[in-house]
Write a protein that binds this ligand. Structure first.
Ligand SMILES: Nc1ncnc2c1ncn2[C@@H]1O[C@H](COP(=O)(O)OP(=O)(O)OP(=O)(O)O)[C@@H](O)[C@H]1O
Ligand SMILES: [Mg+2]
Length: 500
């Protein structure tokens, strides 16, 4: 410090003391020939010099001690040096610097506290989510898994963290294993146009081969347009839904079975009673009995339909396709419905081509149910005096059957939902039409789908509807297989396998 006053310079003070002591010693030694006095003066000046140096070096020691305390981490310590020299200045500057450092450290601590409370809040939120959430980095390693994800996979966070997600997420659809790169796109080229969402249940095989039905979604974490930062997986556990669905199916199955037997008896007794007493009872009584019979029959149809839907949903509806003579099956099915059409004064006709129809792959009982449903609908939703026509068309691979009516038609907006369970078009809710359960078309579509055919509709309000369904033509190999199966059955019949 160039403008430093003399008294403030510590170095000058020390140099001045040492110089003074040396100067006095020199004078006494050279000019006063008094060795004792000279020695005393040297000792006295030396002791004085040492004393003064000690006095001036003491603050330095204090400063050094303060620095040591600070370096051990106690940044709140202050250097208590109040001298009016460089040491005093250093001490003041150090105290100011440490004050600034402390303020910065306090702020960092405060922000750390806020961050940690936010992290624990976020963790709390993520662990309260019932869906499993797993975050994966670019190398497919797990960064985070919430409590639900740990529960579903059976692995703890410690087991999963920083390890490849494929080790914990073995996911299968009904047909194949779903690869991690499909549900969790990591490289930009893997990335599908929209986030992955399985619309059907998948099976997740977790720790100790634990199986869970899940719905899986994968969302890439996109940093910029050309890269992903990782991926978030959302796992929805279907166990509870499956259990509830199973309970519902069990209940419907049990209730329908229990209702079917008494209903069959009621219908039987009513029919016999009406037949035997037709001449003995009044017209009003007969009308009441016939209404009761019709209601019982409607209830029976509902029960049978519910049982069929139940079987479809449990995948237990037995459909055994085999090559069948479609002309004969269709003729018989239409004939059986003539009575129903006649009761409503509707002309029901079947037009078959001059050349015989090829055999189709179908299950006679089930396909007859489909024809029943479609022709009954055509009769039900057509006014008396109308027409219902059944005809076929053959293409190289299939036979298309059409049921055409001159009925009320179906509104355009209702068509996409027509084959849904319990759907009934508002236009047919009119009590003048026979009230159905809204299950016939759903069941028919399930049967046709199962037979690898298609079903579709064309309709115009006020003009009528055309319901078409296709059935695959039986090939020679189908017939041979069928023959083989038949021969096997006969063989088993002739030489029954020995049961031990
Ligand atoms: N030929 C048709 N003409 C007009 N509407 C029709 C025709 N066929 C079906 N629909 C409409 O489609 C709905 C669903 O038909 P679906 O056969 O599934 O049920 P439903 O006839 O009401 O009852 P059920 O289960 O007893 O058959 C009907 O309620 C009706 O609104
Ligand atoms: Mg119907």
């Amino acid at each position: 410090m160039p403008n430093q006053p003399l008294k403030k310079s510590l170095r000058l003070k020390i140099a001045f003391i040492i110089g003074l002591v040396s100067f006095l010693s020199l004078i006494f030694y050279n000019f006063l020939d008094n060795k004792l006095l000279t020695s005393l003066l040297i000792v006295f000046s030396g002791a004085g010099g040492i004393f003064l140096s000690f006095v001036f070096l003491k603050p330095l020691e204090k400063l050094f001690f303060t620095l040591k305390v600070i370096s051990s981490g106690n940044i709140g310590t202050k250097a208590e040096i109040h001298s009016n020299d460089e040491l005093g200045d250093i001490s003041t500057a150090l105290n100011q610097m440490m004050l600034s450092v402390k303020q910065v450290v306090d702020k960092v601590e405060e922000e750390k506290g806020i961050l940690s409370s936010q992290t624990s809040k976020l963790n709390l939120i993520l662990s309260s989510i019932t869906d499993g959430i797993i975050a994966v980095d670019l190398h497919k390693n797990v960064l985070f898994a919430n409590t639900a994800a740990q529960k579903i996979t059976g692995f703890t966070l410690q087991e999963m963290i920083n390890r490849p997600v494929d080790q914990f997420m073995k996911v299968f659809s009904k047909r194949e294993e779903i690869m991690a790169k499909n549900y969790c796109p990591l490289s930009f080229s893997d990335q599908p146009s929209s986030p992955f969402t399985s619309d059907q249940s998948l099976k997740l095989i977790g720790k100790d081969s634990k199986q869970t039905d899940i719905i899986l979604s994968g969302l890439p974490i996109t940093g910029n347009l050309q890269s992903n930062l990782g991926c978030i997986l959302v796992i929805h556990d279907l166990t509870k839904e499956s259990e509830l669905e199973q309970m519902k199916l069990d209940f419907v199955s049990m209730a329908s079975h229990e209702l079917r037997t008494p209903l069959t008896s009621i219908i039987g007794y009513l029919k016999v009673f009406i037949d035997e007493n037709r001449q003995k009872i009044t017209k009003e009584e007969l009308e009441l009995l016939e209404k009761s019979l019709a209601s019982a029959q409607r209830l029976y149809t509902l029960v049978i339909n519910l049982l069929n839907v139940n079987k479809i949903e449990r995948q237990r509806l037995v459909i055994s396709p085999e090559p069948i003579d479609w002309s004969a099956t269709l003729t018989k099915a239409v004939e059986d419905l003539q009575n129903q059409a006649k009761q409503k004064s509707i002309i029901l006709s079947l037009t078959l081509p001059a050349t015989p129809l090829p055999k189709v792959m179908a299950d006679t009982t089930r396909i007859t149910e489909v024809v029943n449903n479609l022709v009954s609908n055509a009769v039900n939703y057509t006014k008396s005096g109308g027409k219902v026509t059944v005809y076929t068309q053959t293409t190289p691979n299939e036979v298309i059957t059409t049921i055409e009516d001159t009925g009320m038609g179906i509104p355009k907006e209702a068509i996409p939902r027509l084959f849904n369970k319990f759907f009934r078009a508002a236009s047919t809710l009119d009590p003048n039409y026979k009230q159905g359960t809204g299950l016939g078309l759903y069941i028919s579509k399930s049967i046709i789908d199962n037979l690898k055919g298609k079903i579709w509709v064309e309709s115009e309000i006020g003009t009528g509807s055309k319901f078409h369904f296709s059935l695959p033509i039986a090939t020679t190999s189908d017939s041979l297989q069928q023959k083989g199966a038949l021969e096997m059955r006969m063989q088993n019949y002739l030489n029954p396998p020995v049961v031990h």
